[in-house]
Structure formats: structure tokens, C-alpha cells
Design a protein around this ligand. Structure first.
Ligand code: NI
Length: 190
């Protein structure tokens, strides 16, 4: 497995249209392994294919570093980690919303409160192309919605008010020009 450089804010690959995965061939199997290693090396809890330069509808999640924050009686509902989600589709979202501080490996050094539905239901396929339906809430719902956004060409900063975005403008421009201090390998577009 290999650690892949993570693409930074400003890279058009983060905004491109993604394509459905038809089968998990050896190349894609390797990519999935590399993405899990890349996510762990960066101490992230999720990583989407566009963040390492691919257009596949695929992301990986591993919230095990955050499990301590989840009440023990709720941990049974959490699938085994890490998770590989292919061709995900969110089919339901709750009316109840929640505010939570998010960051993104493609936007190092910025964390902001983002409002999202508290729980969602989704269909996806795993690395064996087995179909699953999953209802999630709490931290896992948060991470899944963030990664799902990446497959739609969206970043968490798109959810901020124009006021907050204005405050972050110079920092974001800096990141898109490669001025990012990350503890993991990154690749800027410019
Ligand atoms: Ni992200």
C-alpha cells in the first residue's frame, strides 16, 4: 500500500463530476487500500476518491479514533470500521439538524461549524459490491455526509455563510496557492 498525496482546495479535481463504479478490479482494490492508508496517515476519519485525484464514486471512513466520544450503548449500531462506500446514495435525511465543527484533509488548518441533518439513510455497495442500506446518526452521519459531498463536488466551506466565507477568503486562497501546512503529503494544483 502507498500513501497518496492529498489534493488541496482549489484543485479542480475536487469539483469534477464523479462516475459510478461498475466493478472493483485489482486497480480499484489497490486504490481502496491506499486510500485507507492515506486517511490513517493523515489522522483523518474519512477520505473521498477526488481528494486523491480519482473520479470514482467511492469513499472510505474510519471513525474508530472517535469511538470514545460515542456513548457505549450506541456503539452497537456502528458497522465495523473502516468502511468502504461505493456508489452511495443518500435516500433520506432527517428534518432535525445539528451543528458540528468540521475540517477536511483538503483544507488544512481550517475548522468551521457546519449545519447538517442529524441522521440520514443511504444505500451503498461495499468493496465486494455487496449492497447495503444503512441508517446512521451522530458522528458517523456527519462524516458520511461530508464525504458524500466530495462525490458531488462540494466542500464543507460551501455550507458556510457568505460572511464566514469572506473571513476565510485569504486563507483559502493561500491554500489554493499551495500555502498549506499539513502533517501529511499534499499536492497543490498551482
Ligand atoms: Ni473533506
Amino acid at each position: 500500500m502507498a500513501i497518496l498525496p492529498i489534493r488541496l482546495f482549489g484543485d479542480p479535481v475536487l469539483r469534477q463530476q464523479t462516475r459510478a463504479v461498475e466493478s472493483v478490479n485489482n486497480e480499484l482494490k489497490k486504490l481502496i487500500g491506499d486510500m485507507i492508508e492515506t486517511m490513517r496517515n493523515a489522522i483523518g476519519v474519512g477520505l473521498a476518491a477526488p481528494q486523491v485525484g480519482y473520479r470514482e464514486q467511492l469513499f472510505v471512513v474510519d471513525i474508530s479514533p472517535l469511538l470514545d466520544e460515542i456513548p457505549e450503548e450506541l456503539r452497537d449500531n456502528i458497522p465495523e470500521q473502516p468502511m468502504v462506500l461505493i456508489n452511495p446514495e443518500i435516500t433520506w435525511e432527517s428534518d432535525e439538524e445539528e451543528e458540528f465543527e468540521e475540517g477536511c484533509l483538503s483544507i488544512p488548518g481550517i475548522r468551521e461549524l457546519v449545519i447538517r441533518p442529524e441522521s440520514v439513510q443511504l444505500d451503498y455497495q461495499d468493496e465486494n459490491m455487496q449492497e447495503h442500506t444503512l441508517a446512521v446518526d451522530g458522528i458517523l452521519a456527519r462524516v458520511i455526509q461530508h464525504e458524500y459531498d466530495h462525490l458531488e463536488g462540494l466542500l464543507f466551506t460551501d455550507h458556510l455563510s457568505s460572511f464566514r466565507r469572506g473571513i476565510l477568503k485569504r486563507k483559502l486562497e493561500g491554500i489554493s496557492q499551495g500555502k498549506a501546512e499539513a502533517t501529511y503529503p499534499v499536492q497543490s494544483y498551482s
